[in-house]
Every structure is written in structure tokens, then in C-alpha cells.
Design a protein around this ligand. Structure first.
Ligand SMILES: Nc1ncnc2c1ncn2[C@@H]1O[C@H](COP(=O)(O)OP(=O)(O)OP(=O)(O)O)[C@@H](O)[C@H]1O
Ligand SMILES: [Mg+2]
Length: 247
């Protein structure tokens, strides 16, 4: 069990009479790069919402790093190291990327209430923020108002903000959606370079990205996890072709 960082046991979910999961047993290992694939409406986003605490399962438990977090709030789970990409909101749109990342770093270090005037003195934090932005090609945009950044760069900034929290588990719901093929590959090659102990669980429809960057793939369809296996075996599986890959 020691290698498992995130686990769901018999997790059942329904919206009214619509059963989404009969009882999902899922495990993510420390440092794993794990893709969730499946047809539209299979429950992929619902699964992520359950894991982060945005939704509550009807029954079953969710474990993070050996702790039962089923009844924890989303904020508590973030503090325990489970981080999903931020949605850029109005607050961040009115800031520039450097200010946004600094806020996230200060929040992470429990200093979210520090006065803004003092932030300028935070050389170490500013260096860390700039290094994170540079890693995703955003150093040149550090002082540009977020609202005026191109869509692709706003998506990259979402990932930078999540990484600023030093997650043990990073959850990404279609990080390449709306990006060009090249930008999608850039995002994933940066993710591949993250420290080896950061587990990444990502939902992705682009099979080239899935097969290139995932160590393991979970296939969701019609209320269950059909298969969890290596990319090669998933690609070869007749069952997966039937439910998803459409060949
Ligand atoms: N808040 C909700 N209330 C009722 N039904 C919902 C709700 N959220 C999702 N659903 C339904 O649950 C099912 C699973 O939806 P979900 O968004 O998790 O699928 P998905 O696998 O992420 O699909 P996609 O690939 O299109 O993003 C769908 O039938 C959807 O209509
Ligand atoms: Mg979805």
C-alpha cells in the first residue's frame, strides 16, 4: 500500500436517479503519470470533482496519502497536497502572472495575509515565481495583465498556479483543450519534467498525448472503470476499442 498516494474504495455516485459510478476502486501511485480516458459523459470530470471534494459520493471512501479525506473540504484537501488546476477567475484576471503566482506561493507558505507593499521585498519568492513562469514560457508575460493574455497562455498560467502549491497529486481536466497541437505537447513535456514524486492524474481526449506521456491509463465508460493498464495494452484492448477508440 505504501506506493499509493490516492485511492478510492467502492466509491458510488449518482445524480438523482442517474447512476454515474456503481462503485469505483481506483489507485494512483506516488509519482505516477496517469491518464483517464473514456467517451463523453463517462464520468471523468465527475470523478475528479469527487476526488477534490467539490462533489460528495453517495458511499465509499477516498484516501490521500493514507488518510481518509472523504469528509474533508476541498480546501483541506489542497492543504494535504491534492491540487487541481485553478480556473482563472476575476481576481487573477486583474493581476499579472507574477502577482498571481506570488499570491499562490504566499498562500502555500501560510503568509497569504502579508501586506502587498511588503511583497516587493520578497526576493526569494519573486525568484521562485519567475522560475516557475519561465519553465512554462511565461517569463516575458510576467507583467502583462492576465486578462489580456492569449487563451493558451492563460491555460499555462493555470498550471503554473497549481504547481506553485507544490502538489503531491496534480489533477488536470483536459489541460490541452483549446491549445494547438504544439502547445499541447509543450504543456505535457513540461509536466513530464516535474519532480518524479509528483503524481499527475489527467483527463485527456488526445490519444497521442495519452500514449506518449502516461505510464498508466484508466478507461472509464458507462459507470465503471473498464480497464486500468499500460498505454500499450490499452491501445491493443478490443474492449477499449469497442467502448471508446471506435475502431
Ligand atoms: N451536476 C450534475 N447534475 C446532473 N447530472 C450531471 C451533473 N454533472 C454531470 N452530470 C452527468 O453525469 C454524466 C457524467 O458527466 P461528466 O461531466 O463527468 O462526463 P465526462 O466523462 O467528463 O465527459 P466529457 O468527456 O464530455 O467531459 C453525464 O451524463 C452528465 O450529463
Ligand atoms: Mg469532462
Amino acid at each position: 500500500m505504501s506506493g499509493i498516494i490516492l485511492e478510492t474504495r467502492h466509491m458510488r455516485m449518482a445524480f438523482g436517479g442517474l447512476v454515474i459510478f456503481e462503485g469505483i476502486d481506483f489507485a494512483l501511485r506516488r509519482g505516477e503519470r496517469h491518464a483517464i480516458i473514456g467517451p463523453n459523459g463517462a464520468g471523468k470530470t465527475t470523478f475528479v470533482n469527487l476526488v477534490t471534494g467539490l462533489l460528495k459520493p453517495i458511499s465509499g471512501t477516498i484516501w490521500l496519502d493514507g488518510q481518509d479525506v472523504t469528509r474533508q473540504s476541498p480546501q483541506q484537501r489542497v492543504k494535504s497536497g491534492l491540487v487541481r488546476t485553478f480556473q482563472i477567475n476575476s481576481l487573477f484576471k486583474a493581476l499579472n502572472p507574477l502577482e498571481s503566482v506570488l499570491l499562490a506561493l504566499l498562500e502555500r507558505d501560510g503568509r497569504g495575509r502579508i501586506a502587498w507593499q511588503k511583497v516587493a521585498a520578497e526576493k526569494q519568492q519573486i525568484d521562485e515565481a519567475m522560475a516557475l513562469l519561465a519553465r512554462f514560457g511565461l517569463a516575458g508575460d510576467a507583467y502583462t495583465l492576465t486578462d489580456s493574455l492569449a487563451y493558451g497562455k492563460q491555460r499555462l498560467l493555470e498550471i503554473v498556479l497549481a504547481l506553485a502549491l507544490k502538489p503531491k497529486v496534480l489533477l488536470l481536466d483536459e489541460p490541452a483543450a483549446g491549445l494547438s497541437t504544439q502547445q499541447g505537447h509543450e504543456v505535457f513535456s513540461q509536466l513530464a519534467n516535474l519532480p518524479g514524486d509528483t503524481a499527475i492524474l489527467f483527463i485527456e481526449h488526445d490519444m497521442n498525448l495519452v500514449f506518449q506521456y502516461a505510464d498508466i491509463v484508466s478507461v472509464f465508460a458507462a459507470g465503471s472503470m473498464v480497464l486500468q493498464d499500460s498505454p500499450e495494452n490499452v491501445r491493443k484492448s478490443p474492449r477499449v476499442r469497442e467502448v471508446y477508440l471506435g475502431a
